[in-house]
Design a protein around this ligand. Structure first.
Ligand code: G3H
Ligand code: 13P
Ligand code: ZN
Length: 315
């Protein structure tokens, strides 16, 4: 399946404008019809380009045919500027499979490997992907965070700016994910005043002028969602995200893609818990999933406008 037949575009198409105008394109993780609808609704309401991020475990959960059927059903047009992106692809085969079924962009995450092996695998993916006009993201440095099917560890190491030019030149990738203090999941910071390492970001942006950078683990973790979850029977404590002003600042320093998964997970959970608790007689999932979709849509809209600055960037 060619991604262009599904109306999708690759991320090169999207990042060129983001770099010039100083905004970031959100990559929201999707894993079912509700998350897909929420992200697409928000993109259409705000006129924002968008990256639909699908992890390997989410792809396994939905099944390739089901996902691609939903993408086809979404009737996406090239002018919508929507990319379908494999998030944290762990192997050449995973990236090749995604490209074969119609993804327009892939991430090869070999960030845990030694530098030379990371280069070799990232280049192998880029060489293959480019034959299909698919864009490629790779990562230098490692983020800590949730250890689940995507195997993020407890260790983090910042990206070493002196590695980035060699890495990009040797791999021919299209965008680079960097580690400057963000982390996956809902427990990102111990204190509210913790700053991202803007000194490292500035150094990297100077060494790679006009090259798209990516921040993973960048959920904002809105505290009002945590309160709703806990009010309706949940138990989450100590969750803290990345400050929206810091993220906005990063968008002015060549960060063209900001990844958000946890915020939508929290929104989905908060709205579903509230709907079930406040209407205990209801057992129709379509009733309690409606506010869940609406809540996730609103989170996407808020982040597009207040963090990414990507609203009104598609005609
Ligand atoms: O950064 C990765 C995402 O949060 C995906 O996580 O493998 O549970 O879908 P997942
Ligand atoms: P969060 O856990 O901060 O939402 O990060 C998501 C992510 O990086 C997906 O690749
Ligand atoms: Zn990530």
């Amino acid at each position: 399946m060619k991604y262009s037949d599904l109306g999708l575009v690759n991320t090169n198409d999207i990042f060129a404008d983001a770099l010039i105008r100083g905004y970031a394109v959100p990559a929201f993780n999707i894993y079912n019809m509700e998350t897909l609808l929420a992200v697409l609704n928000a993109a259409r309401i705000t006129h924002s380009p968008i990256i639909l991020a699908v992890s390997e475990s989410a792809l396994k959960y939905m099944g390739a045919d089901m996902l691609m059927g939903m993408i086809r059903g979404a009737k996406i047009k090239p002018s919508d500027k929507i990319a379908l992106h494999l998030d944290h692809g762990g192997s050449f085969d995973a990236c090749k499979h995604a490209i074969k079924i119609g993804f327009s962009s892939v991430m090869i995450d070999a960030s845990k490997l030694p530098f030379e092996e990371n280069v070799e695998l990232s280049k192998q993916v880029a060489d293959f992907a480019h034959q299909h006009n698919v864009s490629v993201e790779a990562e230098l440095g490692t983020l800590s965070g949730i250890e689940d099917e995507n195997t993020f560890g407890t260790q983090s190491s910042y990206t070493n700016p002196s590695d980035v030019e060699k890495f990009v030149a040797a791999t021919n990738i299209d965008s680079l994910a960097i580690a400057i203090g963000t982390s996956h999941g809902a427990y990102k910071r111990k204190r509210d005043d913790e700053e991202l390492r803007f000194d490292i970001l500035a150094d990297i942006a100077t060494r790679l002028p006009k090259f798209p950078l990516v921040l993973h683990g960048a959920s904002n973790i809105p505290q009002k969602l945590i309160s709703v979850i806990n009010e309706y029977g949940g138990k989450i404590s100590g969750a803290r995200g990345i400050d929206e002003h810091q993220l906005r600042r990063a968008t002015k320093m060549n960060v063209c893609k900001i990844n958000v998964d946890s915020d939508l997970r929290l929104g989905f959970t908060a709205a579903t818990r509230r709907a079930l608790a406040t209407n205990p007689e209801n057992f129709n999932p379509r009733e309690f999933l409606k506010p869940s979709i609406e809540t996730m849509t609103q989170i996407c809209i808020d982040e597009i406008r207040n963090i990414m600055g990507s609203d009104n960037k598609v005609a």
